[in-house]
Design a protein around this ligand. Structure first.
Ligand SMILES: *[C@@H]1O[C@H](CO)[C@@H](O)[C@H](O)[C@H]1NC(C)=O
Ligand SMILES: *[C@@H]1O[C@H](CO)[C@@H](O)[C@H](O)[C@H]1NC(C)=O
Ligand SMILES: *[C@@H]1O[C@H](CO)[C@@H](O)[C@H](O)[C@H]1NC(C)=O
Length: 277
């Protein structure tokens, strides 16, 4: 008995000599891929022109004033799919490497992502997929076009590691207010676009949050708005930008207006989630 006890002590002591160092707790690794994906598409007001000014010091070339409000600050939990399909920390202007023929400023994307994270941490990290291009009509987003293909390609790249798309945020229509033929065909083209995106992303109920335009580039703004506000498709919700402050061109939302729009989109998104739950 004593022998066994001694053996036991010896074994325990020996064992304690070989105690392995406790593994270090996992270091907080930088988030390299996001969990919740939001697609951003449409034209200039989605790409962002907040803070874009005609600068006399640069010979009236358009420049961005560089002002980033707190609501649009970078956040380690907000990533952006760069043009080369890699994830980078999101920073304004979100569309700088996407809408490359234009000067980009503040859009609604960062304000939206920060507000969503601020109000619902359980959502996890956010991945923004900018796809908007200034001055584009809805016919340029038809299935088979360059813009449509880019949107689907980028959406697939964003989700190829198992992340889920939470919504498409869509702000477009100003350019369809110029020609009557575009304005009267807007409803059919918009519905087809939403339906094609849902088919090609294999998610018939993909939540879509569209913005009813605050301004237009021509006389048919109200025709386009009427289509947007009257759209009756399942899981498509409309946020109305009319009344938000516009810049001196009377076309583009100012930076504070974009911050407000980001928060309105957040309200609509969180409301739809609580209804779905
Ligand atoms: C992709 O683009 C991002 C942002 O412009 C850049 O930081 C990164 O180095 C690029 N990655 C590759 C593999 O080119
Ligand atoms: C930029 O403009 C050129 C010439 O009009 C066009 O071919 C190209 O597709 C445009 N690129 C983007 C990203 O809009
Ligand atoms: C800048 O100047 C151009 C040409 O005069 C004008 O069309 C545009 O609306 C101006 N943009 C702003 C933001 O003032």
């Amino acid at each position: 008995m004593l022998l066994f006890f001694l053996l036991f002590l010896t074994a325990t002591a020996a064992n304690s000599l070989f105690v392995h160092p406790r593994p270090l707790p996992p270091s907080p690794s930088p988030r390299t891929r996001p969990e919740r994906i939001f697609l951003l598409a449409g034209q200039s007001n989605m790409a962002g022109r907040g803070g874009v000014v005609n600068d006399s010091s640069t010979g009236w070339v358009q420049t961005w004033d560089g002002v980033v409000p707190l609501e649009c600050s970078p956040n380690p939990s907000i990533l952006r799919l760069a043009a080369n399909l890699t994830w980078v920390e999101a920073r304004e202007p979100l569309h700088a490497d996407i809408d490359t023929n234009n000067t980009n400023g503040i859009g609604p994307g960062m304000a939206f992502a920060n507000a969503v994270l601020g109000r619902d941490r359980s959502l996890g990290s956010v991945g923004l997929v900018p796809c908007a291009i200034g001055g584009t009509r809805i016919s340029e987003w038809e299935r088979g076009t360059f813009l449509y293909d880019q949107l689907i390609k980028r959406a697939r790249a964003a989700t190829n590691e198992g992340a889920t798309i939470r919504a498409l945020l869509w702000y477009q229509g100003e350019s369809d207010a110029v020609e009557k033929s575009d304005a009267v065909q807007y409803k059919g083209r918009l519905e087809k676009f939403f339906s094609d995106v849902r088919t090609d992303l294999q998610w018939p109920e993909l939540p879509i949050f569209q913005v009813a335009i605050a301004s237009g580039q021509g006389p048919f703004t109200d025709t386009v708005r009427k289509v947007q506000l009257g759209l009756d498709l399942p899981n498509v919700r409309t946020v109305d930008a009319k009344g938000l402050p516009l810049g001196p061109d009377w076309l583009h939302l100012t930076t504070p207006a974009q911050v407000r729009l980001g928060q309105m989109l957040t309200d609509a998104f969180l409301q739809s989630m609580s209804r779905a739950a």
